[in-house]
Design a protein around this ligand. Structure first.
Ligand code: HEM
Length: 521
């Protein structure tokens, strides 16, 4: 009898616990998002109706634009509706500012530069940080590196990191970029000599950019550098092979095995980078060795200076995370920009010739240096036009760290994320005119903003205080690699090339960029 009673009590307790958990889940996954949704609508922010706990993910997962059939006749640069079909549809219905939901997370979609200016200008910029929802997912890649931290921690990191990217420091990296790229070009020549005419340049340019960033960040080939580089690449593939259900409660469990794999790789990479850093500290600690001029060397020097001025040093853990951040933030974006540039120049041989002429005029046959690079004016226009039509980072993101009041009626509640659609703004005829989808580098001839009707309509490197810290480094690398290719080859698009831009974190040519190369005399 007593056993029966205690069994009943246990059953009751289990029932109450279950009910408690269930009502907690209903509250977190349905009621709270619904309340937030109501608050946003009250502020005048409409959007596609979400279905919690998935939000609008079902509509977003529907297939969009397809690959063009091979051949250049079907290539168009009007890519917004192909790469972001759901945003394109919602924009027609709700305009250039609306709210959509990734799971239970609200996102304010913004493709209106004037609205963006109103919500981020001046002191308001400080109220925005980076979305928490991506932090867990991307932790193995960036840890608590600059891209991920907010508030005072961000200010501290940025203060130490920014000087490392100054033009004076970057100059020392020209020869590393040149040497590495020449190796790639020698390989291309050898392949041509063996009778191979077609090369997927995207693959090789990505490998080249990874090698450059590993060398310029922490000195590849020095003991553990090469191992780190291989593992970092593997981790990136593991994490971003497929789109993940961001914002969906327990969505990560669906990818538990892969997440665990990435976490494990992350730990191995950390160990290797710790070893690189401590041997560097030992080498430089005696004060007799000159600090290395790669980013890690410059960070260590910045760290010492900061400590001498009474500031806090970045810890070894933080230095490791910054090295990973430079690798992930730096190589793929640069490689993609170069790949799109080679693709666009294949379609526009007249620009290929104009750039080649400029390179010959500026450098003759001499090794490149930073003064020469600054004289490559036309190449600068092409750089901007590539980033406009095919921005490698297709969006910038923020999260309101406080309620943000806009004008008299609108409040963006704390916790709301903001998704700034750079592809949308860069392809908006209202901002750029009727030739918005044409490759026309001349638009940057007299204007850094390419004639865009709004100063904030062209943002390939993001905005405000959090603008990309590596933008000078990447522009320098672009000019060096492209100049060297132009000196050695001319090229056209392979008939097998299929135009298929796709967003997988970055905006990439998903079937590579296959070119027919011709050695240039
Ligand atoms: C074509 C090449 C590149 C593009 C298109 C690009 C684009 C961007 C964008 C859009 C952001 C976000 C800015 C924002 O939130 O407002 C960003 C941030 C960042 N980028 Fe780049 N980037 C490139 C190359 C690089 C390189 C070469 C490095 C370093 C080696 C780098 C390191 C970073 C870092 C550390 C941040 C975070 C800055 C912060 O939050 O303070 N990027 N980049």
């Amino acid at each position: 009898m007593e056993i029966l009673v205690s069994m009943q009590c246990l059953g009751l307790a289990m029932g109450v616990l279950l009910l408690f958990l269930l009502s907690g889940a209903v509250c977190i996954f349905w009621l709270l998002p619904a309340v937030k949704w109501r608050r946003l609508r009250k502020s005048g922010l409409a959007g596609p109706p979400p279905l919690f706990p998935l939000g609008n993910l079902v509509e977003m997962s529907k297939k969009g634009g397809e690959t063009s059939s091979p051949g250049s006749s079907s290539i168009a640069h009007d890519i917004h509706s192909r790469v972001l079909p759901y945003f394109s549809r919602w924009r027609e219905a709700y305009g250039k500012v609306f709210v959509y939901w990734l799971g239970t997370e609200p996102f304010l979609y913004v493709a209106d530069p004037e609205f963006l200016k109103r919500v981020t200008s001046g002191a308001m910029d400080k109220k925005w940080g980076k979305p928490d929802v991506f932090k867990h997912d991307r932790k193995p890649m960036f840890g608590k590196g600059l891209v991920m931290v907010d508030g005072d921690e961000w200010t501290h990191h940025r203060h130490i990191i920014t000087p490392a990217f100054s033009m004076t420091n970057l100059k020392a990296m020209v020869s590393v970029m040149e040497e590495t790229t020449k190796k790639m070009l020698t390989e291309w020549s050898e392949r041509l000599a063996r009778g191979q005419r077609e090369i997927d340049v995207e693959k090789d340019v990505t490998k080249n950019a990874a090698e450059i960033i590993a060398k310029t960040s922490f000195g590849i080939g020095e003991g553990n550098g090469e191992k780190v580089f291989g593992k970092l690449q593997l981790m990136q593939k593991m994490l971003f092979q497929t789109n993940r259900p961001v914002g969906v409660p327990f969505g990560n469990l669906m990818f538990a095995k892969r997440s665990y794999g990435a976490w494990k790789l992350g730990k191995e990479i950390d160990q290797l980078l710790y070893a690189v850093i401590s041997s560097r500290k030992e080498e430089e600690g005696d004060g007799k060795t000159t600090p290395k001029q790669d980013l890690l060397g410059l960070l260590l020097a910045g760290n010492r200076e900061n400590a001498q001025g009474g500031g806090r040093k970045l810890t070894a853990r933080e230095l490791v995370d910054e090295c990973k951040t430079f690798f992930f933030g730096g190589h793929e974006t640069t490689a993609i920009a170069l790949s799109w540039a080679l693709f666009l120049l294949a379609l526009h041989p007249e620009w290929q010739s104009a750039l080649r002429e400029e390179v010959v005029q500026v450098s003759g046959g001499r090794p490149l240096d930073s003064t020469m690079l600054s004289k490559l004016t036309k190449m600068g226009w092409v750089w901007n036009e590539v980033l406009r039509l095919y921005p490698p980072s297709p969006n910038a993101q923020r999260q309101a760290k406080d309620d943000i009041k806009v004008g008299d009626t609108m409040v963006i509640p704390k916790g709301t994320n903001m998704w700034i659609d750079l592809v949308g703004m860069h392809h908006d005829p209202a901002l750029w005119g009727d030739d918005v989808n044409e490759f026309n580098p001349e638009r940057f001839r007299e204007d850094l903003h390419g004639g865009c009707r709004h100063r904030m309509g062209f943002l390939p490197f993001g905005l405000g205080e959090r603008i990309c810290v590596g933008r000078n480094l990447t522009a320098m690398e672009f000019k060096i690699v492209l100049s060297l290719i132009l000196r050695s080859f001319s090229w056209s698009l392979s008939p097998a090339y299929a135009h298929s831009p796709k967003i997988m974190l970055t905006l990439r040519p998903s079937h590579g960029v296959h070119l027919i190369l011709h050695p240039f005399p």
